[in-house]
Design a binder for this molecule. Structure first.
Ligand SMILES: *Cc1c(COP(=O)(O)O)cnc(C)c1O
Length: 429
């Protein structure tokens, strides 16, 4: 595989951009080698600057659930651009997207658009604090909520991948208000709540974590958090930036039947453009400025081009609920194929799967939280990543990221991925 153009670009990029990348996990630091510079994407494929083609399972880290360059989204964006790219005024498109979000995610009665998942979670926490008049909140180890200061405590995703789950630059004053619990451990959460009686504004979590690899909530965990929040007047925030519109139209809250007070969204909601949103109960959302006292704003929030892309995406998902069954079947086939290979080779690695999300952990432990995820052999994952890439399959360059499937994957692609997996495992072991 010739990647000389990517190599030259990366070498030059490092002169002008820290680490040559605008987001750390893109750098391949965890898996070795130079990152690929991608020139274009279509359907299930990425094409790099040397014209190599890859079947890919990152999908821009989540957004591209319909595969790349979907014709309806492309057309909506082009049409929007022709009307002007930004006005800084209310637009009809913002009303349309807010309305469809509330239809697809019924717990969201009112919604505010922002520009990223990070902005959504930062704003939701501020709102929960303003609404309750309390300062502290609980988050879970290995859950990632973007790079806001108060979330960079035992953070997942790139933060674990880079070995920096706690970032310098976050003041001790900020960090002291973030309380940490192990995921799936309701007892630990109750102890924290008891020890900080009437001081906790919110519990925020990924209802299905995908940022330490894919981990599933154990039975009763989400329900238990709901009950605890009701009893203690705590705002329950589901961070569905990754799972929203991916696991179902209504996200993980629809799949598990547990209703949060606030939901944060991102990724798919923008159809590939930079969009985030937070929403929930009217009573809480009406604490946001200009109706309420909690300030939150954005020059480009609700940008017409971004809204056109998001609206085209959500409209498509709303009109085609059957895609979720299709994705579950695709995921099921892939995982069954991978598991069959593991069995044939006498390997006891852990897999997790839900709908279009999937992880293969290089550990024999069942992965249920941060600690068990961290038992994975990351050096072996690095070799696996390279061996898959060589076979034309582009995985997220970290053990601690979920894989994402798109509707662009055919049976043939799945068969190719299963073959590549077997070849890669045979090569590295
Ligand atoms: C990606 C992600 C974020 C951050 O979103 P950005 O758009 O990258 O700022 C927050 N929470 C979760 C669960 C995510 O997966």
């Amino acid at each position: 595989m010739d990647i000389k153009n990517s190599k030259a670009l990366f070498s030059n990029a490092q002169n002008f951009i820290p680490g040559g990348v605008n987001s750390p996990v893109r750098a391949f630091k965890a898996v070795g080698g130079d990152p690929l510079f991608i020139k274009r994407a279509e359907g299930a494929y990425l094409y790099d600057e040397d014209d190599n083609r890859y079947i890919e399972l990152i999908n821009s880290w989540g957004p591209m659930i319909l595969g790349h360059n979907h014709p309806e989204i492309k057309e909506a964006v082009i049409k929007a651009v022709e009307m002007g790219t930004s006005f800084g005024t209310p637009t009809a498109k913002e009303v349309d997207i807010a309305e469809i979000i509330t239809k697809m995610v019924p717990s969201v009665e009112k919604v505010r658009m922002v520009n990223s998942g990070t902005e959504a979670t930062m704003s939701a926490i501020r709102l929960a604090r303003g609404y309750t008049g309390r300062d502290k909140f609980i988050k879970f180890s290995g859950n990632y909520h973007g790079h806001g200061d108060s979330f960079l405590i035992a953070a997942g995703s790139g933060a674990i991948t880079m070995g920096e789950p706690n970032s310098p630059g976050v003041t001790t004053g900020t960090a002291k208000d973030t309380l940490l619990a192990p995921y799936n451990d309701l007892v630990a959460v109750k102890e924290l709540v008891d020890a900080n009686k009437d001081e906790i504004a919110a519990i925020i979590l990924e209802p299905v974590p995908g940022n330490m690899g894919l981990v599933l909530p154990e039975e009763g965990f989400l329900e238990g958090l709901r009950k605890l929040c009701d009893e203690e007047g705590i705002v329950l925030i589901f961070d569905e930036v990754m799972t929203g519109f991916r696991l179902a139209q209504g996200g993980a809250q629809e799949v598990f039947g547990v209703t949060p007070d606030l939901t944060t969204m991102g990724k798919i909601i923008g159809g590939g453009m930079p969009v985030g949103a937070y929403g929930g109960k009217k009573e809480i959302m009406d604490y946001v400025s200009p109706v309420g006292p909690v300030y939150q704003a954005g020059t480009l929030s609700g940008n017409p081009v971004a809204m056109a892309a998001g609206m085209a995406m959500l409209n498509y998902l709303y009109k085609h609920p059957e895609i979720y069954d299709g994705l579950e079947k695709t995921g099921g086939k892939l995982v069954a194929g991978v598991r069959a290979t593991l069995q044939k080779m006498g390997l006891d690695y852990s897999t997790t799967h839900l709908g279009s999300m999937y992880s293969l952990f290089f550990t024999s432990e069942k992965v249920t939280d941060f600690e068990t995820a961290m038992s994975s052999d990351t050096a072996l994952f690095g070799k696996y990543f390279q061996a898959m890439l060589k076979r034309g399959v582009y995985l997220p360059p970290s053990q601690f990221e979920s894989l994402f499937l798109s509707t662009a994957l055919t049976e043939e692609h799945i068969a190719q991925i299963i073959d590549a997996n077997e070849g890669a495992l045979k090569e590295i072991l």
